[in-house]
Ligand binder design. Sequence first.
Ligand code: C2E
Ligand code: MG
Ligand code: MG
Ligand code: MG
Length: 291
Amino acid sequence: NADMAVYRAKSAGRATYYFYDGEMGRQFARNVRIETRLRQALQNESLEMHFQPKVDLMTERCVGMEALLRWNDAELGCVSPAEFIPIAEQTGVILPLGEWVFEQTFRHILEWQKQGIAVPPIAINCSAAQLKRADFLMKLLALLEKYQIDPSLLEVEVTESILIEDATICAELLNEMSHLGIKLAIDDFGTGYSSLSYLKDLPFHYVKIDQVFIRNIVNDKSHAALTNAIISLSHSLNLKVIAEGITSLEQLALLREYGCDIGQGYLFSKALGADSLASDPMIVALNEQAL
Ligand code: C2E
Ligand code: MG
Ligand code: MG
Ligand code: MG
């Protein structure tokens, strides 16, 4: 149909025009640059794992840490994972990068253990593309073996998008990990297409309430109500709740009132480099407790 051909040509032309236009062109160029530099980063020393303590809100003891990628590129400077992880996911770089994250984290755990430092469970973020690989579990098991790491020291954080894309494969994998003793957390809860049935049917141990809710709980009644409801619901399903991004004592007081179990945020600590960890007061306290 001639009209359709004309229309398509026009919209294709429009798309092309916008593509090379100003802001979008610059954005595209930066993304390509990030992808290229990121592939090289796997070969040089510009990537590092940092670790953010998770705190029991009742005892204020450290009960775990989240492993978070940090990247200081020689040309681009510090790039936030919030920017480069989505690019890594779109381009497939997330596969080698994800393996690097597991390996480096395990290397740090082994190193701490050699130094006699009591290590709490460590949570690693995992993208959908990683979990979808048929060899994911086999590779993970090989790494746990290589670094002599007890699977119960490992937690895996996934976001809801994974569950939507391929629920059956995902359920199988999550069940296998859970049977190995790996704890599972659903990350950024409340922001995506939160379906409560995920929580009921899949073997999660933790729900992590997204920072957006915590940021607003003091000033916004609806965010407070939702946070409270997520906590009650999770508890009724025997899940523990982790609040992300706690920055103030007011937020902490409210979350305690709601019965939230665990918290993470700048109020307690930002993510720490592997070397500064041993001297961090929270880890020192954990080790005194362990003695
Ligand atoms: P996430 O898993 O939800 O991680 C929490 C993010 O909140 C981290 O940002 C952390 O530094 C930040 N954060 C913690 N406490 C506070 C606070 O009190 N205030 C504020 N404003 N932020 C706080 P980060 O490290 O920039 O990571 C962003 C996201 O990138 C992560 O969100 C995660 O989705 C992804 N990511 C980071 N490292 C990895 C990784 O190794 N693998 C994968 N697949 N994704 C990762
Ligand atoms: Mg996370
Ligand atoms: Mg999160
Ligand atoms: Mg997030």
